[in-house]
Structure formats: structure tokens, C-alpha cells
Design a protein around this ligand. Structure first.
Ligand SMILES: Cc1cc2nc3c(=O)[nH]c(=O)nc-3n(C[C@H](O)[C@H](O)[C@H](O)COP(=O)(O)O)c2cc1C
Length: 260
């Protein structure tokens, strides 16, 4: 059965839907009307529907209710660059919990990040409970203790300092099925989206490489994070309200570019 439905009367035969389709699902017939290609392999990216200015095309592989209107205005390049440059790895947080609804808002934005072949295979462990986040930090440290690595972090924990998650009140861990080849890439892109939106929302974040590694290696931590059997943690963030404001953007090395 065809998943592409065209309203022939509304269609202006501009071929935009066929042009933007990444997999060649749509071809134009002799009259210039879009028709589903035989053996079409749709990845449900939604481009065909979203690009049509005449709303002449439907695709039953998509959740029509999930289509969103475009924002009325977009930030200019200078504002986006300002956001990107002012985002910092925040390691000192206020004692204020992050509401679960706020975390949910970040995740709702991250789900719009690109994924390879639009697989949307990224799943998340999200924790807005400071006590559970602290338990995740403890399990990171216990993993370090058992593995005999980073003894300074273990010693700091034993003295009451959380060098693993820096006392952040919340965490997000992105995970994917272990056998999904683009898992790490998709998770990292999604968490990058989340991090930038968090910064724009007044939150501070820090990539939690140790949490990612520990969640891969410690069954106790994977259980706490409810990472399903067969899935692997690929990216993680500490999240909270920053205690300090930075007055400058730190210097970075020039981009290493070979111009061809
Ligand atoms: C993959 C990755 C893992 C990281 N893991 C940690 C971590 O476990 N703990 C930490 O304090 N910072 C961690 N960071 C933060 C980096 O140290 C930080 O990005 C870098 O020093 C640059 O600072 P900036 O993010 O403020 O530009 C990590 C960053 C990345 C990209």
C-alpha cells in the first residue's frame, strides 16, 4: 500500500518533494505529479511533507500530529555564535534542583538532533533527583576504586568532595543499542543539542566522560540508570544551575584546517 498520498488538485507540480527526498521515494509522472517509487525505502524523515508549500502531500509513515510549525524568527548568526562560545563546562552548581519538567524540555529539543538514516535510536536516562544523581556519582567512584584508576578522585570522594559529578543535581545519559553502528555519533550530537539548549535556558552542563565510561563498565551503575540489556551509554552530562558567571571566553588553538 502506498504511504505517499498526493492531493492532485492542490499539487503545483513543482517537484520539490521528489527533489528533497533522501532515498528517491518519489518520482514525477508524465504530468509532473509526484508518485511513490516502486520499492521505495522511506526513512520517515518528513522532508516531503514539510517542504510542500501547498500541503498537497501526506506520508502515512509520519506522525502528522508531531509536525511542528517553523519558529516565526530565528536568532542571527552573531547570537548563535555568542551562545556557542559562552557555553562552558560548569563544575560548580547551586544547591537548586533542576525541575524534571525543565529536563524534559531539554530532551524534547534534543530529540530533533539529526540521526544516521533518521533511525532515532537514541534513548536517555534522565535524573532530576539530586540524591539519585549522587548515588550515580558514588557508583562511578566505586568503579574507579575497583579498577584502581584515578586514585585522586577516589581520595577526594572519601574526603567528601565529588570529583565525578561535581555535586550536580541532575544528569542525562544518552544510550543506544550496542550493535547500532552510529550509536556514539548520534548520542553525542543529541547531547550537544541538549547542552546548547541548556545553556540558552540558563542551565550549566558539563560532559561527564567518567560517568559514560563507568556506565559502560559497571553493572550496578547501568542498573541505576536503567540502561537496557544490549544498550550502551555513549554520552552523559552533569546538569544544574551555575554558581558562577564567566567574564570572558577562554582562548582556544586556531582550527587545524587544510584548505584544498
Ligand atoms: C567527551 C568529553 C568528556 C568529558 N568528561 C569530563 C569529565 O568527566 N569531567 C569534567 O570535569 N569535564 C569533562 N569534560 C569537559 C572538558 O574538560 C571541557 O570540555 C574542556 O576542558 C573545555 O572546556 P569548555 O567545555 O568550558 O570549553 C569532558 C568533555 C568532553 C567533550
Amino acid at each position: 500500500m502506498d504511504f505517499i498520498k498526493v492531493d492532485d488538485a492542490a499539487c503545483k507540480r513543482d517537484g520539490m518533494c521528489a527533489d528533497v527526498c533522501p532515498t528517491g521515494c518519489i518520482e514525477l509522472d508524465a504530468e509532473g505529479l509526484p508518485r511513490q517509487t516502486k520499492g521505495a525505502m522511506c526513512i520517515a524523515c518528513g522532508h516531503c511533507v514539510a517542504v510542500c508549500p501547498h500541503e498537497a502531500l501526506g506520508n502515512s509513515n509520519l506522525d502528522a500530529a508531531g509536525m511542528l510549525p517553523l519558529p516565526e524568527s530565528l536568532p542571527d548568526a552573531a547570537s548563535v555564535r555568542g551562545l556557542m562560545l559562552s557555553r562552558r563546562s560548569v563544575r560548580v552548581y547551586k544547591d537548586t534542583p533542576v525541575p524534571a519538567a525543565t529536563l524534559a524540555g531539554l530532551l524534547d529539543t534534543a530529540r530533533h538532533a539529526p540521526t544516521a538514516v533518521n533511525t532515532q535510536n537514541v534513548a536517555y536516562a534522565a535524573c532530576a533527583d539530586p540524591a539519585k544523581t549522587r548515588e550515580a556519582a558514588r557508583l562511578c567512584i566505586e568503579w574507579l576504586r575497583g579498577a584502581g584508576v584515578y586514585p585522586h578522585m577516589v581520595a577526594a570522594w572519601d574526603k567528601g568532595r565529588d570529583a565525578a559529578l561535581r555535586g550536580a543535581p541532575a544528569i542525562v545519559v544518552a544510550h543506544c543499542p550496542a550493535d547500532y553502528a552510529w550509536g556514539e555519533t548520534d548520542c553525542v550530537i543529541a547531547v550537544s543539542y541538549l547542552e546548547l539548549f541548556a545553556a540558552a535556558s540558563g542551565l550549566g552542563t558539563c560532559w561527564a566522560g567518567l560517568l559514560t565510561r563507568a556506565a559502560q563498565a559497571s553493572a550496578d551503575l547501568a542498573r541505576l540508570l536503567a540502561i537496557p540489556e544490549g544498550s550502551v551509554a555513549r554520552a552523559a552530562l552533569m546538569i544544574g544551575y551555575p554558581k558562577y558567571r564567566y567574564r570572558a571566553v577562554p582562548s582556544r588553538r586556531a582550527a587545524k584546517v587544510t584548505w584544498l
